[in-house]
Ligand binder design. Structure first.
Ligand SMILES: Nc1ncnc2c1ncn2[C@@H]1O[C@H](COP(=O)(O)OP(=O)(O)OP(=O)(O)O)[C@@H](O)[C@H]1O
Ligand SMILES: [Mg+2]
Length: 235
């Protein structure tokens, strides 16, 4: 089933166009990776899906429905959650307080909040160990885990993760990517943005963006066979 459908999306900042008509689909139950170099338009894409930017034209359909002018918080309630670029954890709040804020749209549903909190700690045991620690004192990798955990607190159907691996060691980046397989198994579809082709082995579908246009879309074993890194990512 198609969970997310992007149709002819054109987005820009003031007079400056960034996405020049982007089309793609993400199926429910997939991990999809959107790859591209600096400035390709990846953050612009996920920000538009999350409702933080308005497209000039084109549509974002979620579960078959046009999201139109729905606000970011209405999109969270509809089942879309964004783990933003740069983590943006609240440094003066504890790990647990950061996580609970992620459940704001479900704050009256204490059962779900508890369930998601347990899930976040299960995915990232480090967070459980540091529950009462201020987020600002965590390592970069731990802050990234916290940002992903916080985004999961609203119990999304679609989790958008913007450059989780940025600034992390290869081992810690891998830990975060590996968790996407578990998130998927637990019923949440994942769309992750990456500059790092190391995320490919964790993906069911890959999209490659260059200068605001998709230049490659592939699924399954193809991702392992074609040398995407050499062909597109300039490595
Ligand atoms: N707020 C803004 N105002 C004007 N231009 C912007 C703004 N944000 C991004 N851009 C421009 O839009 C283009 C795409 O940026 P975007 O952040 O979507 O790229 P990206 O693929 O996420 O890159 P990176 O991997 O470096 O995060 C870039 O040329 C960037 O300079
Ligand atoms: Mg970006």
């Amino acid at each position: 089933m198609t969970l997310l459908k992007i149709e002819s999306l054109v987005v820009g900042y003031d007079a400056f166009p960034v996405l020049h008509g982007v089309d793609f689909e993400v199926q429910e139950g997939e991990v999809c990776v959107l790859l591209g170099l600096n400035g390709a338009g990846k953050t612009t894409t996920v920000s538009t899906i999350a409702g933080l930017l308005r497209p000039r034209s084109g549509r974002v359909l979620f579960d078959g429905k046009d999201l139109g002018r729905k606000s970011p918080s209405a999109r969270v309630s509809a089942g879309i959650s964004l783990c933003p670029e740069g983590r943006r954890v609240f440094p003066r709040l504890t790990v647990r307080q950061n996580l609970r804020l992620g459940a704001w749209t479900r704050r009256r549903d204490s059962k779900t909040v508890k369930r998601q909190l347990d899930l976040a700690y299960d995915y990232f045991p480090r967070l459980a160990e540091r529950e009462e620690q201020l987020a600002g004192t965590l390592s970069g990798g731990e802050q990234q885990m916290l940002a992903v955990g916080r985004a999961l607190m609203s119990r999304p159907r679609l989790l958008l993760i913007d450059e989780a691996s940025l600034g992390l060691s290869p081992t810690v980046a891998k830990t975060v990517w590996e968790v996407t397989s578990r998130i998927k198994a637990d019923g949440t579809t994942v769309l992750m943005v990456e500059q790092n082709a190391g995320a490919l082995p964790f993906a069911d579908r890959a999209l490659i963006m260059e200068k605001g246009t998709l230049v490659y879309t592939g699924v399954g074993d193809e991702l392992r066979q074609v040398n995407l890194r050499e062909a597109y990512l300039g490595a």
